[in-house]
Design a protein around this ligand. Structure first.
Ligand code: 5GP
Ligand code: ZN
Length: 111
């Protein structure tokens, strides 16, 4: 499959890995929107949050997001963003959770 995040998961495209196990990979976003910006992905291809059915995988993704936030020292707070499908602004069609922090973030939905 021609999926960039599947290729990152397989090690075919380099990324700055922060956390990984057999189910989940966390790596730094190549175009960070804040001082700290990670992407949390499942190793299996799931197109978006809209398709997620696996309760255990959902828990693993959420738990990895919290863990990497703690390890990065985002103790003052951070934000989890999951752009979903076209109207949600999703650009890469492999489920990913953005962990964004390292500064006080603005309104969630700026106009
Ligand atoms: P989306 O808009 O789909 O929610 O977010 C996709 C994110 O993936 C963007 O923030 C973009 O910077 C990031 N991204 C796209 N291609 C790559 C890549 O090849 N490597 C990394 N590390 N991040 C990527
Ligand atoms: Zn994929």
């Amino acid at each position: 499959m021609n999926c960039i995040f599947c290729k990152i998961s397989a090690g075919e495209i380099p990324a700055e890995h922060a956390l990984e196990d057999e189910h989940v990979l966390v790596f730094r976003d190549v175009r960070p929107q804040a001082p700290t910006h990670f992407l949390v992905i499942p190793r299996v291809h799931v197109a978006s949050l809209h398709e997620l059915e696996d309760v255990e995988l959902g828990g693993r993704l959420l738990t990895a997001a919290a863990r990497v936030a703690r390890e990065a020292g985002l103790d003052e707070g951070w934000r989890l963003i999951v752009n979903t499908r076209e109207h949600g602004g999703q650009e890469v069609d492999h489920l990913h959770l953005h962990v964004v922090g390292g500064k006080r973030l603005g309104p969630m939905l700026p106009s």
